[in-house]
Design a protein. Structure first.
Lengths: 300, 333
């Protein structure tokens, strides 16, 4: 039982990191109908941005909460810029092209970031600096909760709440909903669709950056290919919850994190990477629209 | 039809003689590139059936190649090699037997891949396009994890001791067969049905084309060919490792299709040759700069291609469509 509770806590904290990345996938899919393969690599870039910012600013050697927050916001800003650049120079010129071309471009950007990262940062793994000292907060018998797990859950929840506010209570957010509903109709209503799409990429990339820094804190081993599988799993989480749906992405990510933790805890860790795709195939067989997705009928 | 069979026989006999001449003409390194060209042609042309002609997006082609490679390697290693050792060695009959068994093993590898293609395609092909992409990508990963955990085919250590039965003749024999079957398919009523699905699914369905059934058929055929490529690859290097069948391998196949032009078979052939030779030709650059810039050049090439010439080198056209106007002009003169 104690073991189960421990896995539950680990699963939730892993799931909330997946959630931050899955939100980016689901927002971009909702607005452009594009599987943004480069999103996982934006997340990877953020850990490296964090790594270098922490070094240059000297936070790597003296753990402090302020330093961690500064690194977090700097990495988020850098990734927002990266996301904006990717959208502006790779995806926007192809807006009128078939979606297949957009998908291939996304794969190209993703490969460019992965391979460019291997050249820039070196292919061997690096170790993310300890920005906050790891301490144990609670211990009940064999169950232990570290401050990292609490930080991860609190930070992700607050960003999710912020996103919820932006999307449903601000003018920008309402414009995002309108654009994802119908591009042309939205632009007829005086919405600058290109700007809203850029805004979506900026938001999604900033969230992925937050996830990257949290992962860097909790699991310090970072390398240029870490975003590939993580990104795919986050995408599967988004599909699980119903792609295009914001609460769906969060619930899907929690299910994903928990089931992965359980598989590692009770079966074998070699199957953890296959689990995500097994889940995906089951969903597609049983409920292709995902848990929260709406099925849309195609009009001719 | 008879004309095609005749052409095929002529090409095969030419390849048969080439088998004695070509390996002697070049050094082992060039010969290896030549064989990889042939295998990549099969990969490109087979992926073109599903990605180019049918317009569905599969990004797990390496998974099917892995299935084909491992199935045919396991059959050769566990059944055919003991069977072959019953025959006396060093004579023409045993050579003949070896080659017959080799074809048998390659085809079984293809059938294994086709079976998986059916299993993967059936649930995902009746959904909208993007799902197929992500399911095939996932399938490629699942296959890799399963292979890693199967000990009788080597697991993570890799599968060693596969008989090196592939040669110039068989690789190009299968390449020519795959190319000709693709052309026949494209010009048949089946091919037209697939093209109509690519152009507009709803319109195709409304004129009575069972789109899911056609998509699954195309997918199964495409995986069958990928399995053949895998078998040839396994029997050429004599060693298989799950890490040779990652996303990167699938992306290479996609790059071939995109570079050649979606749906163009001759485009896929040309692109397969280019993408096999280009990384090797860029090797000197790596020695000068001391860093492997090829990895960056590849995706940059893909991006520039998408931004400047999204239809690929050939577009929807075939080589014959491009050459024939020139030929006609000459005739009229």
């Amino acid at each position: 039982m104690e073991e189960f509770v421990q896995h539950l806590i680990n699963g939730i904290s892993l799931g909330s990191i997946y959630g931050l990345v899955a939100l980016g996938y689901t927002m971009v899919y909702g607005i452009l109908k594009l599987i943004n393969f480069a999103h996982g690599d934006v997340y990877m870039m953020s850990t490296f941005f964090g790594f270098y910012f922490a070094r240059w600013l000297g936070f790597a050697y003296t753990p402090s909460v302020i330093g961690a927050l500064i690194v977090l916001f700097l990495a988020m800003a850098a990734c927002a810029l990266l996301g904006f650049t990717i959208e502006r120079f790779a995806y926007r010129p192809l807006r009128k092209m078939p979606r297949l071309n957009l998908l291939i471009t996304a794969i190209g950007v993703s490969l460019l970031l992965e391979n460019g990262g291997q050249i820039l940062f070196g292919a061997e793994p690096k170790f993310f600096p300890e920005l906050i000292a790891r301490t144990e907060l609670f211990r009940f018998g064999n169950i232990s909760i570290s401050n990292f797990q609490v930080i991860i859950i609190v930070v992700s929840l607050s960003f999710m709440a912020l996103l919820q506010y932006i999307i449903f209570h601000t003018k920008q957010g309402k414009a995002m909903q309108a654009v994802s509903f119908h591009h042309e109709h939205a632009s007829l209503m005086g919405i600058n669709t290109d700007r809203i799409i850029s805004f979506t990429f900026v938001l999604g990339s900033a969230l992925a950056a937050a996830a990257g820094i949290l992962v860097g804190l909790a699991y310090p081993r970072i390398d240029p290919l870490m975003g590939v599988l993580f990104g795919l799993k986050a995408f599967v989480a988004a599909v699980l919850g119903g792609i295009g749906s914001i609460p769906g992405a969060i619930v899907g990510a929690l299910i994903m994190g928990l089931s992965e933790e359980m598989v590692v805890g009770y079966f074998s860790s070699t199957y953890r990477d296959a689990l995500a795709f097994f889940l995906l195939i089951v969903i597609l067989l049983v409920k292709p629209t995902g848990l929260f997705g709406k099925s849309t009928s195609e009009k001719v | 039809m008879t004309k095609q069979i005749l052409t095929f026989l002529i090409i095969s006999s030419l390849l048969f003689f080439g088998n004695f001449i070509v390996p002697a003409m070049m050094n082992p390194y060039l010969f290896m590139i030549l064989i990889y060209c042939g295998i990549n042609i099969i990969m490109g042309v087979s992926l073109n059936i599903i990605n180019g002609i049918t317009g569905q997006f599969s990004i797990g082609h390496a998974g099917f190649m892995a299935v084909g490679g491992y199935v045919s390697a396991a059959i050769s290693f566990y059944f055919l090699m003991p069977l072959l050792s019953l025959f006396p060695s060093d004579n023409t009959i045993s050579l003949l037997c070896q080659n017959t068994l080799f074809v048998f093993s390659i085809l079984l590898g293809g059938v294994g891949a086709a079976l998986f293609g059916y299993l993967v395609g059936l649930p995902s092909l009746h959904l909208r396009g993007d799902y197929l992409g992500i399911v095939t990508l996932g399938f490629g990963e699942i296959i890799r994890v399963i292979i890693l955990n199967l000990d009788f085919i080597g697991g993570a250590r890799g599968f060693t001791g596969i008989p090196a039965w592939s040669n110039f003749f068989w690789v190009y024999f299968f390449a020519v067969a795959v190319v000709m079957i693709s052309f026949r398919l494209l010009r048949s009523s089946h091919g037209r049905a697939l093209l109509s699905i690519r152009e507009d699914e709803i319109a195709a369905e409304s004129i009575g084309i069972p789109i899911t059934r056609y998509k699954v058929k195309a997918f199964v055929l495409s995986s069958f060919f990928a399995g053949i490529a895998g078998g040839l690859f396994a029997h050429f290097i004599g060693y298989l490792n799950p890490s040779s069948f990652t996303f990167i391998k699938s992306f290479e196949a996609i790059i071939i299709v995109v570079l050649g032009g979606m749906g163009s078979i001759s485009g896929a052939i040309v692109a397969a040759v280019i993408t096999t030779i280009l990384p090797e030709a860029l090797r000197p650059l790596q020695e000068i700069t001391k860093t492997d810039f090829r990895m960056v050049i590849y995706p940059l090439l893909l991006l520039t291609l998408m931004l400047t010439r999204p239809q690929g080198l050939f577009g929807h056209k075939e080589l014959s469509d491009i050459i024939s106007p020139f030929l006609k002009r000459k005739k009229s003169l």
